[in-house]
Design a binder for this molecule. Structure first.
Ligand code: ZN
Ligand code: ZN
Length: 447
């Protein structure tokens, strides 16, 4: 008799767990609540390093599903600057450690989506100027997805073992947030992960789809400031000057030979001069020209070569123009703003690709091309060796009808990430993100 009761109880338990086994069903059940969370975060965006409200919301949600949560994690290089990193640890016995990360921050963009929950927020930036704020990169969807994943995995504890470290990262848009959290002991005060997983919505991938790239997926991003010095004077008495504008033009053209003649053509390189300023009047040759460059590469050795070549070429051109040693161009690399290239571990990418095909349907999972964009999630793989296998995947965010429309001749292009008109279609983007991440974690931590 006793035995029969036991059998009945265990049948009931296993029936319950069968009903809960499916990440899709769990995502569907959570969707209405996650949508409310999403709209709330979307309407209350916060600039990089100011993510107080968003971090508090995430911390509360992670506590509600049983995580051990620490707030204000992170140390920026600027002393005493508060950092709103969140770490939530979900433990379920012995087993692997998996890190799951969302970013938290929004951008200084005036929203033009026309959505009923559009942001009307204006806030002060770090210079004290009033700026509009918008979640134009979809990090609001990321936070909602992470909450959905935490809720799902809390209900699926019979299917996995180990420790999940949920990370809410500030200041992704500055490229400083991941380093700030690692500097504050993310891998020493909390368990160091065996795998690190991140995700980003994609403004040119349709909803219900996941995209991933094997190997390098986003580029090293460096910001470089260059001042070209000259000897100013009258615009007509050129022989008594050294014109920094002609010299700057020469240098810019020579920089393009770094990619075309100095490095392996199979290594992608971008050297973009995004800003150039010099002079005040038609007939005055100025004393200097100032330029701001964004430099994109993939490999560490290629990056160092390109940064060195930028300085060598600038100085070489100045020498050829007859400038004295004390008037060589000044080249400054803003090393604190560096975002390293993202490298998706090939074995882990292949493994998850198969998992996602099963969870989302084969036709909804695709390999996508890498880009020269930037993403500081790469820091979690531990540089420079990428010793922790990491994958950052894309979640489709675009209505297929709008995507088809944009491909017609003469049609306007789809809004890109950071556009005042960009917003993901929330329900399917969040649902797909929750299913994909939950399925990935379950596979890496399965009992
Ligand atoms: Zn962004
Ligand atoms: Zn982003």
């Amino acid at each position: 008799m006793k035995l029969r009761v036991l059998v009945l109880i265990s049948t009931a338990v296993s029936l319950t767990s069968v009903a809960q086994q499916d990440p899709q069903q769990l995502a569907d059940a959570e969707l209405p609540s996650l949508l409310t969370v999403y709209k709330d975060i979307h309407a209350h965006p916060e600039l990089s390093t100011q993510e107080q409200r968003t971090a508090a919301l995430l911390a509360k949600e992670l506590r509600a599903v049983g995580c051990d949560v620490t707030e204000n994690v992170g140390k920026y290089e600027t002393a005493n600057q508060k950092c709103y990193g969140v770490v939530g640890v979900m433990k379920n016995g012995d087993g692997p450690v998996v890190l799951v990360r969302t970013d938290l921050d929004a951008l200084p963009v005036q929203e033009e989506t026309g959505l009923p929950y559009a942001s009307k927020v204006v806030t002060k930036n770090e210079k004290g100027d009033d700026v509009p704020v918008m979640h134009a990169c979809g990090h609001d969807a990321h936070v909602s997805i992470l909450i959905g994943v935490a809720r799902s995995l809390a209900k699926l504890k019979d299917q996995w073992r180990g420790t999940i470290v949920f990370v809410g990262q500030p200041a992704e848009e500055l490229g400083t947030g991941a380093r700030a959290m690692l500097r504050d002991g993310l891998y020493t005060r909390w368990p160091k992960p065996n795998f690190a997983l991140g995700f980003h919505d994609k403004a040119d991938l349709e909803i219900n789809h996941i995209g991933v790239t094997e190997g390098y997926t986003s580029a090293n991003v460096d910001s470089v400031d260059v001042t070209v010095h000259g000897i100013g004077g009258h615009g007509a008495y050129v022989h008594r000057t050294k014109d920094p504008i002609v010299l700057a033009a020469e240098i810019i053209n020579q920089w393009q030979t770094i990619a075309s003649r100095e490095t392996n053509p199979l290594d992608p390189i971008v050297v973009t001069v995004g800003s150039i300023h010099g002079g005040t009047k038609h007939n005055v040759i100025p004393n200097e020209v100032k330029m701001q460059l964004t430099v994109r590469t993939y490999k560490a050795d290629v990056r160092e070569h390109v940064l060195a070549a930028i300085e060598r070429i600038a100085k070489g051109c100045a020498t050829a123009a007859g400038l004295p040693p004390d008037k060589m161009p000044t080249v400054t690399v803003a090393r604190d703003q560096f975002a390293p290239a993202m490298y998706n571990n090939p074995d882990l990418t292949k493994r998850l690709f198969a998992v996602w095909k099963k969870a989302l349907g084969g036709q909804n999972v695709e390999m996508v091309d890498p880009t020269m964009g930037g993403e500081d999630f790469s820091e979690y793989s531990l540089l420079p060796e990428h010793s922790i296998p990491a994958v950052n995947f894309h979640v489709g965010a675009v209505d297929p009808a709008k995507m088809a429309e944009s491909k017609k001749p003469g049609a306007s292009p789809l809004p890109t990430l950071h556009s005042s008109k960009f917003a993901p279609v929330p329900e399917p983007t969040i649902r797909t993100g929750v299913v994909a991440m939950t399925a990935a974690v379950l596979d890496l931590m399965k009992k």
